[in-house]
Design a protein around this ligand. Structure first.
Ligand SMILES: Nc1ncnc2c1ncn2[C@@H]1O[C@H](COP(=O)(O)OP(=O)(O)OP(=O)(O)O)[C@@H](O)[C@H]1O
Ligand SMILES: [Mg+2]
Length: 363
């Protein structure tokens, strides 16, 4: 099953601005493949002794200038591997990858000048420096003028709620504070393309929100800025991303706007109704209607909640007529929108499924 065709569909909403431009994509990969050789002795899941692990299995992807792009996938799907290749930290086994039209394996220096990477949970930094010294030092690596650097550092620290920690030693930072500092570190060089591997993992609710707000603001300040982020939080992807791709076992299995993904994987249109009385007979009658795929009731606070799955949205009209004719009184009606999480699980299956799949492959 391939959902790859979602890419070319539609052309509505947020994505239009990208389709119209003929710009060189910020990120381009062509049939990218990466294998890891594992040494003997390991018999971890999917990593038989001495065998190759295929982390990326032919990834072809374009991310336009100005896009906030999300890469979603289960643990081990290949997300970090892709980011490492794009940030010149790892060589592909085959295939090619470009940043702003430049080959990541051949034009390492100019590529590095345009990008920055932050990864959640990383332990980088020089403990004996203060936060400000550390950030200032990074700015120097990138040749940012000292005065500009100090201004930027102030803005960034304020944006992530760390102004009070500016003079604290890095070793004394909590995990979340260190992560906020890492975000500042990535942005202090004013990169054009930002790679963000699980940016909010380990951050508290407020800090996560600050980071998301800041990333959005940072993007809106300059239309050429581009972000590729990975996350396991579907609401975060939904809230932030213009477009997402789902990667599974090293292959892209879907890409599109979050709405495209949700809708394309929705089998039925779901509604939730509240009825005044408890009447199981309604439900029996409804189930016989054309296009009613499922009808379930539940009693709640003296009322009846009815959940319907219909083949098409407009079928709600005859369904309500049936209910009325049977003497049912509808108090409220709402359509239940599919979530990104549901779409994701439909695409990649759940953990248990994956485990049994792997077990059967191993035979
Ligand atoms: N250095 C390595 N040596 C051997 N195998 C590796 C290495 N790094 C990653 N892998 C394997 O490559 C596959 C992809 O790993 P990767 O880290 O890219 O996944 P991921 O999508 O980032 O997962 P997560 O959500 O857990 O961060 C996994 O099977 C992993 O075990
Ligand atoms: Mg990872």
């Amino acid at each position: 099953m391939s959902w790859y065709h979602h890419t070319g569909r539609g052309g509505q909403g947020k994505r239009d601005k990208f389709l119209e431009s003929n710009d060189t994509p910020a990120v381009r990969t062509i049939d990218l493949r990466r294998e890891y050789k594992t040494r003997g002795g390991s018999s971890l899941r999917g990593q038989k002794a001495g065998k190759n692990v295929v982390a990326l299995d032919g990834v072809t992807l374009d991310i336009a200038r100005g896009e906030l792009f999300g890469l979603l996938g289960r643990n081990g799907a290949g997300k970090t591997t892709l980011i490492k290749i794009l940030t010149t930290l790892l060589a592909p086994t085959s295939g090619r990858a470009f940043i702003d039209g430049m080959d990541v394996t051949r034009e390492v220096t100019p590529v590095r000048q345009r990008i920055a990477m932050v990864s959640g949970g990383e332990q980088s930094g020089y403990g004996i420096l203060t936060v400000r010294e550390q950030l200032w030092m990074f700015a120097q690596f990138y040749g940012v003028a000292s005065r500009v650097a100090h201004q930027r550092i102030d803005v960034l620290l304020a944006a992530v709620g760390m102004s009070d920690q500016a003079n604290q030693k890095v070793y004394a930072l909590s995990t979340g504070m260190r992560q906020r500092m890492n975000l500042c570190r990535a942005l202090v060089s004013d990169p054009e393309i930002l790679f963000f591997d699980e940016p909010t993992v380990g951050l508290d609710v407020e800090a996560s929100r600050l980071v998301r707000d800041y990333v959005r603001r940072w993007m809106s300040e300059n239309p050429r800025r581009t972000v590729l982020l990975t996350t396991h939080y579907m609401f975060e992807a939904d809230e932030l991303c213009d477009r997402v791709a789902v990667i599974n076992h090293g292959q892209l299995v879907a890409q599109g706007t979050t709405n495209e993904l949700k809708r394309s994987l929705q089998e039925h249109v779901r509604f939730q109704l509240e009825l005044a009385e408890w009447a199981p007979a309604f439900v029996e009658q409804l189930r016989l209607e054309d296009g009613v795929m499922n009808a379930e009731t539940q009693q709640r606070d003296g009322r009846t909640e009815l959940r319907l799955a219909l083949l098409r949205e407009e079928m709600i009209v005859p369904t309500i007529a049936t209910l009325n004719n049977a003497g049912g009184r509808v108090l409220t009606l709402k359509r239940i929108e599919p979530t990104l999480e549901e779409a994701f699980i439909r695409l990649v299956g759940d953990e248990a499924e994956a485990a049994s799949e792997e077990a059967s492959h191993g035979e």
